[in-house]
Write a protein that binds this ligand. Structure first.
Ligand SMILES: C[S@@+](CC[C@H](N)C(=O)[O-])C[C@H]1O[C@@H](n2cnc3c(N)ncnc32)[C@H](O)[C@@H]1O
Length: 333
């Protein structure tokens, strides 16, 4: 990264700011701002470093890709190893994401193509998948998208989300999977579930009250919670969340076959004074207490459609989490 050249030119004239993607924006610079050409705008209140907002925005991203290879062979090996990180443009907000026009009514739907690829690794054709927090059906859609579709059952306590899933299937002419309106706490009360053995549990749970937390920086679009239901795990506190979630997963794992995998999506929260808020680590600690469940490692999903914001600029480091953890557990009886 280049050093800032100290060249304070405070003219009040309108500047044309050209972004690296070619987008041009006209604006009058404020007295504490300086145009640094292609490096972006420097904020003279910046006490931490000499970076412009654009350079700052690049640094705080939770994923930076580097290539330190010395020769072609090493580069090919590096490319191969890099595949343990899934980079996808089928983000939750991407127009390439199937049925996005309908699924966007949900605050955090998962890309069906990503779920399809995960299902394809962890199951064979015709096997059974369970998602106790199905939302608008990323997992269920993924199961139907495979050339050799799998069977899936999803539960959600919000009827609206189930309706959206069904509409997506009709719009995209995708095979409908089984959906159940209900509370995942009662998962073993449903005959379709308790009388079956599943090959994979793939889910993306609500994590305590993270959605309803006020956001910081440039992204002020508060998304609210998933539902107003008191049974929604997205409406409980961080501390209440873990025992409740563990109990649901324990019941869910009871219908998973021996050696079957449990795959869980998780995004960390921002740290606070009182807790590191590395949710993925707390989830692993909590679920490892379930008998016969072993943590096997994780993959990282880099969502290339996440917006970049200069969080914290120009005062302090705030990470822009572009990645989510895909935590992998296996039942070992
Ligand atoms: C992160 S979203 C899942 C999104 C989903 N992967 C998709 O692609 O749409 C979590 C879902 O869990 C649901 N939920 C929350 N508490 C629940 C509970 N106790 N039982 C069943 N579903 C619940 C919410 O309504 C929400 O739709």
């Amino acid at each position: 990264m280049k050093e800032k050249q100290l060249n304070f030119n405070n003219s009040k004239e309108e500047k044309v700011i050209v972004y690296p993607n070619g987008r041009k924006v006209k604006r009058i610079l404020k007295s504490h701002e300086e145009d640094m050409g292609e490096r972006g705008i420097y904020n003279k209140k910046n006490k931490l470093n000499d970076l412009t907002g654009r350079e700052w925005t690049f640094f705080i991203n939770s994923v930076n890709e580097t290539d330190f290879s010395k020769n072609e062979d090493e580069f090919r090996l590096w490319e191969y190893l890099r595949d343990s990180l899934i980079a996808t443009k089928f983000g939750t907000g991407s127009k390439d994401s199937i049925g996005h026009n309908l699924r966007k009514l949900h605050p955090s739907p998962k890309p069906p193509q990503l779920m399809r690829d995960i299902i394809s690794f962890f199951t064979k054709k015709d096997q059974w998948i369970l998602d106790p927090f199905m939302g608008v059906g990323g997992t269920l859609l993924g199961a139907s998208l495979l050339d050799h579709p799998r069977n899936a059952i999803g539960i959600d306590l919000c009827g609206e989300y189930l309706k959206i899933y069904n509409k997506v299937c009709e719009q995209e002419r995708i095979r409908k999977q089984k959906t159940i309106l209900g509370d995942a706490r009662n998962i073993l009360n449903f005959d379709e579930i308790k009388n079956r053995e599943f090959d994979l549990i793939l889910t993306d749970p609500p994590y305590a009250d993270m959605l309803s937390k006020k956001r910081t920086g440039g992204d002020r679009k508060d998304k609210g919670s998933f539902t107003n239901d008191k049974n929604d795990l997205g409406n409980v506190s961080y501390e209440e969340f873990f025992p409740e979630f563990k109990e649901i997963i324990k019941k869910t794992v009871s219908v998973l076959k021996n050696k079957g995998y449990l795959v869980i999506f998780c995004k960390d929260l921002q740290p606070t004074k009182n807790h590191h808020n590395m949710l993925h680590a707390d989830i692993v600690n909590s679920l490892r207490e379930i008998e016969n469940l072993e943590f096997k490692g994780y993959k990282i999903w880099y969502d290339k459609t996440i917006n970049l914001y200069p969080y914290g600029y120009p005062f302090s480091f705030v990470s822009n989490q572009l990645h989510q953890y895909i935590l992998v557990f296996r039942k070992e009886e």
